[in-house]
Design a protein around this ligand. Structure first.
Ligand code: UDP
Length: 329
């Protein structure tokens, strides 16, 4: 079966492409390379340079490749930038998804796995966070993803477009079997920043806030290995392709680790005692975000394989060591 992967040249998209291939699907990557990397797409995978805003072209590609379903990653995803440039986020994420859905409707493709985010919850009332927790995003990025989830529900209701929205917690790590990894520009995520520091590409790691109501005062997050995340996409796809109804699932490891714990693990894994400085809180960071992934475990039989943070960091470290300057070197 042929699966169109928008944003398939990005971090999570490229790992899902690998998992699709392993599972016998044929991925077709559709990416405008605004943030994706051509080198993240293997030679044997069909790569189409295209924009999700281009309804006619996207429809043409879906027809040409006889696409059975779409996995939609293409989006802007920097929380800080979403606050200073909301127009970019409403345009790329909300309007871009609308255009992609219209291309799908035109081409008669009626199944989508959608890349959503835990940012739709905002500051949680309680952890672990379940899918029916309050939806109150605190940033524009989360608001755009929630708007798209609403759009998908409406398209389901009105046009029988079935979808699975996957709300990711902190995706981390890298494929142990393929030369792909996490490379954002600018980089704002904790693990790549830590590893760049261990490599000497950056001077120091900043801890944003040490006065949170957590055991060591630093923020706690749920880091999920990107390969476990990728497996969930294939399960979601199979669910839709076998006639399953629309669903929304959290995807997290259900374990919380503090910023200090991540730094300690990285020092152990890399063997480098890199400099760490304590700074003020970063605006908009909730103290603790931990997922309940019980729903996808029960309904789709998802089982994460990489539960240890050391393992997450060591797979990321392997990629970073080979690519000190990301895909550029
Ligand atoms: N963080 C940090 N220093 C950094 C980058 C991130 O202390 O240089 C913290 C951040 O405040 C958050 C956690 O690490 O509590 C994870 O941040 P990241 O940006 O990786 O993911 P987020 O949870 O914001 O999606």
């Amino acid at each position: 079966m042929n699966i169109l992967v928008t944003g398939g040249a990005g971090y999570i998209g490229s790992h899902v492409v690998e998992e699709l291939q392993k599972s016998g699907f044929t991925p077709i990557v559709y990416d405008n390379f605004s943030t994706g990397h051509e080198a993240a797409v293997p030679d044997e995978v069909q790569l189409v340079e295209g924009d999700i805003h281009d309804v006619r072209f996207a429809k043409h590609i879906m027809e040409q490749f006889k696409i059975d379903a779409v996995i939609h990653f293409a989006a802007s995803s920097l929380v800080g930038e979403s606050m200073t440039d909301p127009a970019k986020y409403y345009f790329n994420n909300v309007e871009g998804s609308l255009h992609l859905l219209e291309a799908m409707r035109g081409a008669g493709v009626d199944r989508m796995v959608f890349s959503s985010t835990a940012a739709v919850y905002g500051e949680p009332e309680a952890v672990p966070i379940t899918e029916d927790s309050r939806l109150a995003p605190t940033n524009v990025y989360g608001r755009t993803k929630l708007a798209i989830e609403g759009m998908l529900a409406d398209y389901d209701h009105a046009y029988d477009m079935r979808y699975v929205a996957l709300r990711y917690f902190n995706a981390a790590g890298a494929s142990p079997t393929r030369d792909i990894g996490e490379d954002h520009s600018p980089e704002s995520h904790l693990i790549p920043l830590i590893l760049k520091t261990a490599q000497g590409v950056r001077k120091q790691v900043s801890i944003f806030g040490t006065d949170y109501p957590t055991a060591d005062g630093t923020c706690v997050r749920d880091y999920i290995h990107v390969c476990d995340l990728a497996k969930a996409h294939v399960l979601a796809l199979k669910h839709l392709l076998s006639g399953g109804s629309s669903r929304v699932y959290n995807l997290g490891s259900e374990n919380g680790f503090s910023v200090r714990q991540m730094i300690d693990s990285a020092k152990k894994v890399t063997g480098v005692d890199f400099p760490v400085v304590e700074e003020e809180r970063r605006a908009g960071d909730p103290a603790v975000l931990i997922a309940s992934s019980a729903k996808i475990r029960e309904e789709l039989g998802w089982e994460p394989q990489h539960s240890s943070v050391d393992e997450v960091i060591s797979t990321a470290w392997k990629w970073h060591k080979g690519h000190p300057h990301g895909y550029c070197g």
